[in-house]
Design a protein around this ligand. Structure first.
Ligand SMILES: NC(=O)c1ccc[n+]([C@@H]2O[C@H](COP(=O)([O-])OP(=O)(O)OC[C@H]3O[C@@H](n4cnc5c(N)ncnc54)[C@H](O)[C@@H]3O)[C@@H](O)[C@H]2O)c1
Length: 385
């Protein structure tokens, strides 16, 4: 078994999910010829206490408060970028130039121009890479795609996606600072479009093919907030909510909606595809199910009318994606397993298995759609991708 030394660039929420995946992957995917080693984690000097606790909790050998030094180390094999969005470009390019394998959180970049530079550096270096659109690795979402790929939906007509949260409704929520960098355009790039809809767009293009054109409306409901660090009122320029219409290259049409003002919704994510022969629906609040409506078989043979209806499929059988690696049929896995599954796919890819996606090219596609959505909202017109 070959060891793979990990350098983790960030020690927040995603730092935790990725560290857990490195610690767990060999337990559930013992045939992979790699053993990840949590070598070193980075945090800012002002986050030193958090960084020390993070190291302790997840078992890193060392800590570093200068990420350039971490990337430059000759004993680091994988650089894992889990820092706020504005740092992704610099970190990815520097890691590629140092010849490291790269795993990067979404949104890949702050703009298409940034993403193109990053793809160029990664291509030039020829290093293995993956972008963490982790929801693809929920077994139910993978089964959703499998059902579509098997021709069970037939000609697709409608794709429908929601991604809703409610944590910024109060005027008292500050902008900027360590935890609310998502409300600061300079750090996050965009609001719900890059943060939430990027996931929905990635899933949509993976399942239903490329989006050709979009028409969007965004809104900023609270236009000024107190900056968490300076205490001054600052204008809010990121999109609090975004809705867009999409035309797919396969002729189907889609609607996408995202908000951080959807009272009652915490991390509510749904997707539905309606086609000629059937339909599929997924809801992240029931993460181990898909709902499937069978109208006709892939051959065109129509189901008898009295037997048509929505089937709720519990995605825990060994035959379902990823599930043979876990417990026994009928037992559940959780959010953290999406990260274990994606890491297993990445490690399989670098050991001669199927090429791992989403890679930086797939992420550039998502960035193109995100940028077009923001531009469409600004210019109030349809934008071609
Ligand atoms: N795949 C997913 O579902 C998912 C979920 C959440 C976040 N993310 C992405 O992961 C990345 C990290 O998000 P998170 O939720 O872990 O954030 P977080 O705020 O929990 O952690 C960010 C880390 O970066 C540090 N940090 C903050 N500001 C910094 C700065 N200016 N310079 C250097 N370091 C700084 C923080 O101290 C912390 O260690 C983001 O790109 C985010 O979009 C992806």
């Amino acid at each position: 078994m070959k060891t793979l030394n990990v350098g983790m660039l960030g020690c927040g929420f995603m730092g935790r999910t990725h560290s857990n995946a490195y610690n767990q992957v060999a337990h559930f995917f013992p045939d992979l010829p790699f053993k990840p080693v949590l070598k070193c984690c980075y945090g800012r000097p002002e986050d030193l206490e958090t960084l020390k606790k993070f190291r302790q909790a997840w078992g890193y050998e060392e800590i570093e408060t200068d990420w350039h030094k971490l990337i430059a180390r000759s004993d680091i094999d994988i650089v894992d970028v889990v820092a706020p969005n504005f740092l992704h470009k610099e970190m990815v390019i520097e890691a590629a130039n140092a010849g490291k394998m790269i795993i990067c959180e979404k949104p890949f970049a702050m703009s298409v121009a940034e993403a193109e530079e990053m793809v160029e550096a990664v291509e030039k270096a020829g290093v293995a890479n993956m972008v963490s659109f982790c929801y693809r690795r929920n077994p139910a979402v993978s089964l959703f795609k499998q059902v579509v790929d098997e021709g069970r939906i037939g000609r697709p007509f409608h794709y429908r996606a929601l991604y809703l949260q409610d944590y910024t409704i109060s005027q008292k929520v500050p902008a900027g600072g360590a935890s609310l960098w998502r409300l600061d355009a300079k750090v996050a790039g965009s609001g719900v479009t890059g943060d939430l809809l990027a996931h929905s767009i990635d899933a949509a293009e993976w399942i239903n093919g490329p989006i050709k054109r979009v028409c969007a409306k965004t809104e900023i409901f609270i236009k000024e907030r107190k900056n968490a660090e300076t205490g001054e009122m600052v204008p809010i320029t990121i999109d609090d909510a975004c809705m867009f219409l999409a035309v797919f290259e396969n002729g189907s049409i889609g609607t996408f909606e995202s908000s951080r003002y959807a009272r009652g919704r915490k991390n509510f994510q749904t997707m539905e595809l309606n086609g000629e022969k059937g339909a599929v629906y997924f809801n992240l609040e029931e993460p181990e199910y898909i709902q499937f409506f069978r109208y006709a078989d892939p051959s065109g043979q129509k189901i008898e009318d009295h037997l048509t209806g929505w089937q709720k499929i519990l995605v825990t059988n060994s035959e379902h994606p990823y599930m043979s690696h876990y417990w026994v049929p009928g037992t559940m896995i959780g959010y953290e397993h999406y990260f274990i599954n994606q890491l297993a796919d990445f490690l399989a890819g670098i050991s001669g298995g199927p090429e791992c996606h989403p890679d930086v090219h797939d992420a550039l596609r998502v960035q193109k759609v995100c940028d077009a959505v923001i531009r469409s909202a600004k210019e109030e017109k349809w934008i071609e991708i």
